[in-house]
Design a protein around this ligand. Structure first.
Ligand code: ZN
Length: 66
């Protein structure tokens, strides 16, 4: 089995992990309602995608929750 010849240095480990940090999600604005939304997704607030209605948003009433 292939096996490492030498222990690699702490610096090498740290250099690799310097790219591991998570970035915050980027947001874009909904062109219809102006809410912050994830890019390339239907707006969860008004249901529009690229300026056109894509889905109808149904607001949950208390009757529907039961
Ligand atoms: Zn919207």
């Amino acid at each position: 089995m292939a096996h490492p010849k030498r222990k690699h240095s702490n610096m090498r480990t740290r250099l690799r992990r310097s790219h591991d940090a998570l970035k915050t999600a980027s947001f874009s604005r909904c062109s219809q309602c102006g809410a912050e939304i994830l890019p390339h997704r239907i707006c969860p607030y008004c249901g529009y995608y690229r300026g056109k209605p894509a889905v109808t948003i149904r607001v949950k009433s208390k009757k529907e929750e039961k």
